[in-house]
Design a protein around this ligand. Structure first.
Ligand SMILES: Cc1cc2nc3c(=O)[nH]c(=O)nc-3n(C[C@H](O)[C@H](O)[C@H](O)COP(=O)(O)OP(=O)(O)OC[C@H]3O[C@@H](n4cnc5c(N)ncnc54)[C@H](O)[C@@H]3O)c2cc1C
Ligand code: FES
Length: 275
């Protein structure tokens, strides 16, 4: 008789490193006992045995097979406890789930990436995937917004991304400045300009808090992007991650199975998409 595999079974993983990105965001590097292969944009469930689990998108390069990075904001019960985990501790990991970014649709185009806050985590995995084959893309443009200069994640790394290829551009803005900050001050929508991108040969990828995604989408439409070229990470509340429980339903879709990345044309007429 065939043995049924438990879909909720997780692989144990050792925490190899923890980096404090900001006061409430940390990046964990973990090494699963069995390597997990994923595509940028897919997500996994991290488990604290006996406590609970939550979904996160790996923020690392999918070409690195032995370890995974997760950049996690302390939001509630599970993430607060995850933030107490130290190098050498064990967590569980299951997945990957979802479809990931459709890189085949991005090739030969300008890739216009817009991130807000910890939403830069899945976009970091996307950026690494693009850098792995940078000559396939016409331009790689990152526009990132954080609340204050102290809330910028991957501060040191972002500078190194600009050096990955000649056609990589990055710009950071903060809602509120301080004495250390000489970049733009204003919401991320203030740095999305028509002249930064050739909208007729570009795709936009957006990840951040729902309210940011809503106003960024409206701005992208305003500067001429088509609905079908705007890719949004719909991080709806999830439970099973495998299309069984219905928690993540968006109209006819399950975000865990049919997403979490959707083009705007697919979801724009569905109710409460920005909640
Ligand atoms: C596909 C996917 C990928 C994600 N990737 C990341 C990531 O890379 N890094 C990261 O920091 N977070 C990510 N999240 C969000 C993360 O899953 C939640 O922050 C986490 O589940 C909160 O669990 P908790 O037990 O700590 O908080 P809870 O006690 O469950 O909730 C605390 C607060 O957070 C809110 N919350 C819970 N889940 C979500 C959610 N999915 N979206 C928005 N608010 C939520 C609750 O409404 C509540 O206000 C992702 C979510 C999804 C669905
Ligand atoms: S999380 Fe259970 S169906 Fe999507």
């Amino acid at each position: 008789m065939n043995e049924m595999k438990n879909p909720y079974a997780y692989t144990e993983a050792e925490i190899l490193n923890v980096v404090d990105e900001t006061a409430n965001i940390k990046t964990f590097t973990i090494r699963p006992k069995e390597a997990i292969v994923f595509r940028a944009g897919q997500f996994m469930d991290l488990t604290l045995p006996g406590i609970g689990e939550a979904p996160f998108t790996p923020s690392s390069n999918h070409n690195v097979k032995a370890t995974l990075d997760f950049t996690i904001m302390s939001a509630g019960r599970v993430t607060k406890l995850l933030h107490q985990a130290k190098k050498g501790d064990t967590v569980g990991v299951r997945g990957p789930y979802g479809l990931g970014y459709p890189l085949d649709k991005f090739r030969s185009k300008e890739v216009f990436i817009v991130g807000g806050g910890v939403g830069l985590a899945p976009l970091r995995a996307l950026l690494y995937a693009l850098f792995n084959e940078a000559d396939q893309y016409k331009k790689i443009i990152l526009k990132y917004g954080a609340r204050t200069p102290k809330d910028i994640v991957y501060k040191v790394e972002i500078d190194s991304w600009r050096a990955k290829a000649k056609h990589v551009e990055t710009e950071i803005t903060t809602d509120i400045g301080d004495e250390s900050w000489n970049g733009n001050v204003g919401l991320v929508t203030t740095i999305l300009k028509k002249e930064s991108v050739d909208v007729n040969n570009a795709v936009a990828i957006v990840c951040g808090p729902p309210i940011m995604m809503k106003f960024v989408t409206f701005k992208l439409l305003d500067i001429g992007f088509k609905d079908s070229d705007i890719h949004l990470s719909m991080e709806k509340n999830m439970s099973c991650g495998i299309g069984k429980c219905g928690h993540c339903r968006i109209g006819p879709y399950y975000a865990c199975k049919d997403g979490p990345v959707f083009t705007y044309d697919k979801i724009k007429d569905l109710p409460n998409i920005w909640d």
